[in-house]
Design a protein around this ligand. Sequence first.
Ligand code: GLN
Length: 297
Amino acid sequence: MTRIQDPETIRTLLSWAVSTLKRADIEYPQSDAATLLSHALSCDRVKLYADPDVTLQEIDIITGKKLITQRARRVPLQYITGHTEFMSRNFSVDKRVLIPRPETEVLVERALDMVKSGTLSKTGLTIIDIGTGSGIIAISLAIHLTTCRVYASDISKESLEVAAINVKNLEVSERVNLFQGDLFDAFDGKLCKGSVDLVVSNPPYVTESELSCLEPEVRDHEPVTALVAGEVGLYYLKRIVNGSPEWLRPGGYLILEIGETQAEQVAQLMVQSGTFAGIKIFQDLQKRDRIVSARRR
Ligand code: GLN
């Protein structure tokens, strides 16, 4: 005898989704379930709760279950929906790029504060962004500084494809130029050395051993090349500290995102280079050291 099942409604699908995500140890099962089901049903989250007894079409049930199953396998939410927010703007993301973290907003805000306070000029800034990934830093600066010119590099061709989509969607093509290459090498012949007002970067800074302790979403799904920087995590930070003086104009600034235990070492690298002054350390919202800035002498 076949058992006739009750029709699947938003309520029953949502409840299945939440318990599936709970079993998979997802940190925010309720919120992720609502985000993914509203994505599958192309409606906003409010509708899920406003009309819970709507009977669902087969295709919507299949799509919804597929997205929840992916999330239960610890695929990051943002890779499943294909987008995320950074500085109140919507950015496309997928597995070709690191997912933007809120702490990187501190870096952008630090740069914008320097402009507001007159430390950097309000007009005509030339900015380099090293390891741009999805382009969040370069694009956010270009949105807020309407007369700047940002030169952004990444060694990953694939990540630059994502950055190009974001540059186009956020309408900053006139101000952001993307170049493929290893750190500053990407700009050889494209930009005058010694002419740059600001170098910014959120490079890989996680150590090899830290990676194995990170959440499965990060460890198993995000691009390892965007995260790991050798045994002590300083491989790229050191190269950027040493490489930026020849591109910066005297009086230009370097602003770096760092791992929470790396502030002293990065400041030390800046001191050792003999070309930086006014080294400052800033914390993220969790009060962890996150940003180091310095002025080229
Ligand atoms: N902050 C990132 C993390 O949480 C690391 C980003 C980076 O290496 N630049 O893993």
